[in-house]
Design a binder for this molecule. Structure first.
Ligand SMILES: *[C@@H]1O[C@H](CO)[C@@H](O)[C@H](O)[C@H]1NC(C)=O
Ligand SMILES: *[C@@H]1O[C@H](CO)[C@@H](O)[C@H](O)[C@H]1NC(C)=O
Ligand SMILES: *[C@@H]1O[C@H](CO)[C@@H](O)[C@H](O)[C@H]1NC(C)=O
Length: 413
């Protein structure tokens, strides 16, 4: 009897020593304790001071690479950053056929904007912010305010090719009417879009493509016209007025939620074929049999699986609902990844590992899961847009991405 107890004790000690990184099916999972997340006993972890929002968390669990460094740099940005907006966004001739392309959207919370909400919210927030300067000589950046989403629905522009022509023509106009473009070859200029068709917008203007900064939701470094380290990923968010109350971990009785069309995606096809019959998975081709939001509330993990694009608003939906995102979308240049440590609040799975999905998720230790859940409560403020922008929201975080690219040398004008 005593010998058995001692042996069990030794075994347990050996097990707890096997912590740190465990390599599973090509995915690195950071282990603290060898304990699997079962379907029961998921009590929320106690966080000492919720209002700290993670600032005081130790670095091993914090969702930030370096909170102190970031927070100080952010304050510096708030004091210093200046952006010049080309006047079309403010004084566009309202009777011109093309004015709507530049002007802010009249009703950005219109649910019809759907996936393109972030594009409009960025422009509205910028125009109302103290970053905007009327003195172009003091600007760090120059904003070209055309909206790809408006063009896509515009009777005169509409097609991909017409959008490319319009954008090239606009860029030429800006560079002949103002001297700022030639001073940097466009490298301190930026434009913002969420519609994937915007990716080709620069294709008829070489300098725009090579030099200017695209701030885009479809930030895939596998795409021909996206340039990692130059361009910036924009958090894609579905229009939503109210913050969700998070369902606690122990009320989440399903392991996985995903609802979406197969489109032309092999990963989605595999997912549906392999897992739709598994009772711990809520997997739907198309819409779910219950309200969409319910899926995010009752599941512990919410899948984001590449469709036509690497990006959808599902990632921020999951974050907003406290459902740990599982990203199955290779070559996605994740928004804010130089500030946020995505491995502390999401799980990144290679598309080819869909067959091992259940094993991968069940092998996540309970403590790791609870820590990720808590971190979602901390990072969700970065994945939200507000009518009156707030500190650390999607607007300010995206502007901070630009701020990190300042300091370009330009020639005199
Ligand atoms: C929680 O943190 C905030 C911000 O650091 C601080 O102002 C507040 O006093 C703290 N509350 C408690 C109960 O410690
Ligand atoms: C900028 O350069 C282009 C040709 O490279 C020229 O056509 C244009 O007039 C220049 N812009 C200004 C404002 O001088
Ligand atoms: C799922 O269930 C359907 C209908 O019962 C069956 O035809 C199919 O083979 C099952 N798929 C898997 C992967 O088990």
């Amino acid at each position: 009897m005593l010998i058995v107890v001692v042996m069990v004790g030794v075994l347990l000690m050996v097990q707890t020593k096997m912590k740190n990184f465990i390599h599973k099916n090509g995915v690195f999972v950071q282990f603290d304790v060898q304990e699997e997340v079962g379907m029961k006993n998921l009590k929320p972890m106690k966080v000492k001071n919720r209002s700290n929002k993670g600032e005081l968390l130790s670095t091993s669990v914090s969702p930030y690479h370096d909170w102190d460094l970031f927070a100080a740099d952010y304050e510096e940005m708030m004091k210093t950053l200046k952006i010049f907006v080309y006047p079309d966004a403010i004084m566009s001739n309202k009777f011109s056929t093309f004015s709507s392309i530049f002007l802010p959207h009249a009703n950005p919370f219109d649910p019809k904007l759907g996936n393109y909400f972030s594009e409009h919210m960025f422009k509205i927030a910028l125009l109302g912010s103290s970053f905007v300067t009327k003195k172009p000589e003091e600007a760090h950046f120059y904003f070209m305010p055309f909206s790809i989403n408006v063009m896509r629905n515009h009777p005169r522009v509409h097609s991909a090719s017409a959008i490319e022509d319009f954008v090239a023509g606009y860029t030429d106009r800006v560079s002949s009417e103002y001297s700022f473009w030639n001073a940097s070859g466009g490298a301190d200029h930026f434009y913002v879009y969420c519609h994937s068709i915007g990716r080709d917008a620069a294709s008829k203007h070489q300098k725009l493509h090579h030099n200017s900064i695209q701030v885009t939701c479809s930030s895939s470094y596998f795409q021909r016209l996206y340039i990692a380290h130059k361009d910036i990923g924009l958090p894609q968010v579905w229009p939503r007025q109210h913050e969700q109350v998070l369902n606690p971990p122990d009320a989440r009785y399903k392991l996985v939620f995903f609802a979406g069309r197969v489109q032309n995606s092999l990963a989605r096809r595999d997912l549906l074929e392999l897992w739709k019959n598994d009772s711990s998975f809520d997997i739907f081709s198309g819409s779910s049999s219950f309200p969409y939001e319910e899926g995010f509330r009752r599941s512990r993990y919410c899948l984001h699986v590449k469709g036509y694009e690497v990006n959808t608003a599902r990632v921020s939906d999951a974050i907003q609902h406290g459902c740990v995102p599982v990203l199955i979308s290779n070559y996605y240049d994740l928004p804010l990844a130089n500030i946020l440590d995505w491995s502390k609040f999401s799980i990144i799975v290679n598309e080819r590992n869909v067959p091992h999905l259940k094993k991968i998720l069940l092998s996540v230790p309970k403590r790791t899961y609870l820590n990720m859940y808590n971190n979602l409560g901390i990072v969700r403020r970065h994945f939200a847009w507000y009518s009156s922008p707030k500190k650390y929201d999607s607007f300010h975080m995206t502007v901070h991405q630009l701020w990190l690219k300042r300091g370009l040398h330009r020639v005199d004008w």
